[in-house]
Design a protein around this ligand. Structure first.
Ligand code: UDX
Length: 466
């Protein structure tokens, strides 16, 4: 099939290459000429396992190409919209201008097709109601329909998540109508190999499909902030959040995934998507329903500040102190620093006057563009040299595997904040480190522990629930 993908950022570029991998004839469009040149040359503009391989395979097979010119899209029967929906400048709400501009340009191209069947398929994460508005802008074009088919890919697993998704969600304007059947059949033809492999496919209304995506992200963010709230409690009461998470996660109803406590969630999706979800609920007059998401956001922000407070507890005044931060990316195996907790903590430590050196295996170039004056050092040993405090904020494998004895020999003073709760506290303390972990409280010593409640006069121990 002839397919276009409009907007070849992270989602769109991976989708375009993945559709070529399925055997389709794909053209990717972006207004960013540099990005188009890079992709056309077979170079990935971001760090993503397997992506460059399928990109090059598609280009070499002649099934994939990239352009900045909408006129070249006229042959395509199916157009995917992969445009970004960034956070609006006012902080809440999604900025839909890229998506709207693309649909306007696309409508001009579709008008030249003389009514030949054309399907426009939105993949971007949008507030519910967006798809129906965009469909209205295409309504004057005979033979043209719009579906919403949200994308759930994770960075670092983008190719795998696109080619072997957990489910395919199809939003249609009129579920159950004959027109919907034809649209579903066309999209089924695009995803035929995935469906043949048994991928579940769910057909629903446009608004429901949009809501599936934002609900999924809101749930994931809530799960992380839930465990981070428990981390705050653990720090105060002397518990260990990793043990709480492991134990509650064994209950199938809870599940162990997305219960890793630490400095919280970041990236290009979860933080902005929950804020946009709150804004859209408020616009709809049901803001109360998502009031808890403000709390989810607040817990997430508090974790970042907690790291700065811990640094002050360990060093006192931070002015002039030498701090080494391990990690800049918002998560390991990524060079993405959008809303990265690691980078924001770094910036806060810098504004508190500390001399901060940041190291990261992949994200330093992006980090330097975001934080003016950032001192990045790609060599880990060089970054650790002279540190009075080391702060682990992105749990790259190599940092998790650090040997506490060897690392001690590199720094000026063995102080560590484990912002992802991944280091073994016993091994690090045995090696002489002063270690503080997010989510692990100091266990009170026997003489600090509160005295036991005296047993009642009768000698009876009270039984809970009586
Ligand atoms: C997320 C969703 O997972 C994906 O389905 C959606 O399409 C886009 O947003 P992504 O942003 O790639 O994907 O990252 P993800 O792996 O979900 O991690 C998001 C953030 O949460 C990272 O900063 C990560 O460090 C943090 N996280 C994740 C935790 O702090 N604890 C966890 O247990 C899991």
């Amino acid at each position: 099939m002839r397919i276009s993908v409009i907007g070849v950022g992270y989602l769109g570029a991976v989708h375009a290459a993945a559709m070529a991998e399925l055997g389709h004839d794909v053209i990717g469009l972006d207004v960013d000429a540099a990005r188009v040149v890079s992709l056309q040359a077979g170079r990935a503009p971001f760090h993503e396992p397997d992506f460059e391989e399928i990109l090059q395979r598609g280009l070499e097979a002649g099934r994939l190409r990239f352009t900045t010119d909408y006129a070249e899209l006229a042959d395509a029967e199916v157009h995917f919209l992969g445009l970004g929906t960034p956070q609006r400048a006012d902080g809440f709400g999604a900025d839909l201008t890229y998506l709207e501009a693309a649909v306007t340009s696309l409508a001009g191209v579709i008008a030249t097709r003389g009514g030949a069947p054309t399907l426009v398929v939105g993949k971007s994460t949008v507030p519910a109601g967006t798809a129906r508005t965009l469909a209205g802008r295409l309504a004057h074009l005979p033979g043209t329909d719009l579906m919403w088919n949200p994308e759930f890919l994770r960075e670092g697993f983008a190719v795998k998540d696109t080619l072997t998704p957990d489910r395919l969600v199809y939003g249609v304007a009129e579920p159950g109508a004959a027109s919907a059947d034809a649209q579903v059949a066309l999209l089924d033809a695009v995803y035929a190999p995935l469906l043949a492999a048994g991928t579940p496919r769910l057909v629903m209304g446009l608004e429901t499909a949009e809501l599936v995506k934002v609900s999924a992200n809101a749930f994931l963010a809530t799960k992380i902030s839930f465990i981070n709230a428990i981390a705050e409690i653990c720090e105060a009461l002397g518990g260990d959040v990793t043990e709480v998470a492991a134990a509650i996660g064994m209950d199938d109803r809870i599940g162990r995934k997305f219960l890793r406590a630490g400095v919280g969630f970041g990236g290009g999706c979860l933080p902005k998507d929950i804020r946009a979800f709150i804004a859209s609920a408020e616009d709809a007059g049901v803001g109360e329903a998502l009031g808890f998401l403000r709390e989810v956001d607040a817990v997430n922000q508090r974790r970042r500040q907690r790291v700065v407070e811990l640094a002050r507890e360990m060093l006192g005044d931070l002015r002039g102190r030498r701090i080494t931060v391990l990690g800049a990316a918002f998560k390991p195996d990524s060079d993405d620093v959008r809303d990265s907790p690691a980078l924001e903590v770094t910036a806060r430590l810098m504004s508190a006057g500390a001399h901060v050196t940041v190291t990261d295996p992949a994200a330093l170039a992006n980090a330097a563009r975001r934080v003016p004056g950032l001192h990045g050092e790609p060599d880990t040993d060089a970054a650790l040299a002279g540190a009075e405090l080391v702060v682990l904020l992105t749990e790259w494998r190599e940092y998790r595997d650090f040997d506490p004895v060897r690392t001690r020999a590199r720094v000026a003073a063995p102080r560590m904040i484990d912002g992802r709760t991944v280091l073994d506290p016993v091994a690090w303390r045995d090696a002489g480190w002063e270690l503080r972990s997010l989510g692990r409280g100091e266990v009170p010593s026997a003489d600090e522990a509160p005295a036991a409640e005296p047993v009642g006069a009768s000698g009876q121990v009270p039984i809970a629930g009586r």
